[in-house]
Design a protein around this ligand. Sequence first.
Ligand SMILES: Cc1cc2nc3c(=O)[nH]c(=O)nc-3n(C[C@H](O)[C@H](O)[C@H](O)COP(=O)(O)OP(=O)(O)OC[C@H]3O[C@@H](n4cnc5c(N)ncnc54)[C@H](O)[C@@H]3O)c2cc1C
Length: 318
Amino acid sequence: MIEILKEKISSDILENELLANHCTFRIGGPAKYFFVAKSGEEIKRAVEVAKELDLPFFIFSGGSNILFADQGFNGLVIKIQNANYEIQDTKIITEAGVALGRLVEAVADRGLTGLEWAAGIPGTIGGAVRGNAGAYGHDIGESVETARIMNHELRIMNIGKNECKFRYRDSIFKQSKDIILEVVLILEEGDKEKIKDEMKKILKARNEKLPLDFPSAGSVFKNVKVTDEILEKLKNCEIPSKFIELGKIPVAWLVEQCNLKGKQTGGAKISEKHANFIVNIGKATAKEVAELIELVKAEISQKFGVKLEEEIELVLGQ
Ligand SMILES: Cc1cc2nc3c(=O)[nH]c(=O)nc-3n(C[C@H](O)[C@H](O)[C@H](O)COP(=O)(O)OP(=O)(O)OC[C@H]3O[C@@H](n4cnc5c(N)ncnc54)[C@H](O)[C@@H]3O)c2cc1C
């Protein structure tokens, strides 16, 4: 098979590449075949060949929102790394594999405002658009004008912001599994110094709040939307009023109410600094992380009757 893949896709296909080396959690077994796609054409070719050969495939990019299985992936893993962008006045045309942090710096240098909130968020534009990444009351969906995507029939097309169906940490791409190739963002002219100051403040706040000393995949669960039903379920708790104002109950707070902060399974631990983070404190396995995820879900369901939804993507070994 490797020879066929090398011939049909690229001689750069790797075999038994450890996925732990390609994600921020530093967890995950080997991908049977691994390919870094550096252009839209390479992404299309790799997917086309995998489909043609009936080979299971999985695409990812920055690896900062993902838990790879301990047994790895018995198929072709495609890492999206098309990484060109162009700034035309307030319009940014960016390939999906561009690192979000690189773009945030570049637009700030041009005095463009609208992405300051994203300072410090790892991963790529494609990953951010797929999960509608956000922080401090903003999300990437606000700035998206169009996305160039490839659907499951390998048709490439441009779709508008409305069709992306952005919601809280959600977009159409989570269901459609379409691959984002390129994105057009619209920002606004701003004051470069103010933009940089704001980014500094955000980076400082993130450093204080998040457990950045250990590998993780960011927040494990989506925060819980405040609804009448949720308020009824939490009626015996003293919910801080700011949560109600913001319309979200932080999962970190629910985890704290269950006294799960610091809970450890092997090398995986619920962070003491931010209870919606599971950190890899040394040689954690995906199984250990999954056990903690199940524990948190079970305890919160039992104590509050609240069903949590994962924000991170769990990649099952094939
Ligand atoms: C320390 C830390 C802090 C974080 N803070 C935040 C935060 O403040 N806010 C926030 O929203 N997130 C945060 N995250 C999570 C993560 O950084 C974001 O979700 C990021 O946008 C994921 O991008 P990625 O390229 O790493 O995606 P990956 O992890 O590579 O992939 C995640 C999912 O997206 C899919 N995907 C990736 N690229 C594409 C593409 N081009 N087309 C279609 N699907 C694709 C993959 O198949 C996978 O299902 C944090 C993570 C860490 C480790």
